[in-house]
Unconditional design. Structure first.
Length: 197
């Protein structure tokens, strides 16, 4: 299965899952955007609520109300905010996911990293990390400052998708979707905040 077919299958499943979460959260009155301040190595402030490493998840659940949960992962804001806990139910990792409209404000060192282009974000994190970040198949890790982040597609995957679409004679038919994917790949998709050692 080529990247185009994988993308279509995974994309449909992801879109359906997200539609479910958005619809469910609209009904529950929880459809909103976040304003986040990343505190490197410590946690985040999200809409005035501190979510810090080592704190009990019960405080966060109490502050936000109803949540979605799967195993050790707690989901808030239509699954845009994921909080992972350890065996003691204490927060040990936080992940924030961008949305299509870039409506979430996620500040890192004075920059809204969800509205900036890929090159700006990478340059900022490399500077804060004071050393190059490790790139593993499109997922970057800045270990010194405890940040891991990814984009929806790598440049190689975009090239492969375009090439496959042209080979299969469906490029013109899929051009709008391909261009949307290219645009989406220019912005941060997820960022994980981890406790620094």
């Amino acid at each position: 299965m080529g990247i185009l077919q994988k993308k279509m299958v995974c994309g449909i499943a992801f879109v359906n899952k997200m539609k479910y979460y958005v619809y469910k959260n609209i009904l529950n009155g929880r459809y909103s955007k976040m304003k986040v301040q990343i505190e490197v190595g410590k946690g985040i402030q999200c809409d005035g609520i501190e979510i810090m490493f080592g704190d009990s998840i019960s405080f966060v659940v109490e502050a936000y109300g109803e949540i979605d949960r799967y195993e050790d992962n707690y989901y808030f804001y239509e699954s845009s905010l994921l909080v992972h806990v350890d065996s003691n139910n204490c927060i040990d990792e936080i992940e924030i996911r961008n949305d299509e409209e870039h409506s979430h404000v996620v500040m890192l060192n004075g920059t809204n990293i969800f509205s900036e282009m890929k090159d700006v974000v990478i340059e900022l994190i490399v500077r804060l990390n004071q050393s190059p970040v490790e790139d593993e198949l499109g997922t970057y890790e800045a270990k010194r400052i405890g940040l891991a982040y990814s984009f929806s597609m790598t440049d190689e995957e975009i090239e492969e998708m375009i090439s496959e679409a042209k080979e299969e004679g469906i490029y013109e038919e899929m051009k709008e979707e391909i261009e949307a994917d290219i645009k989406r790949a220019k912005y941060l998709q997820t960022i994980s905040i981890r406790k620094t050692k």
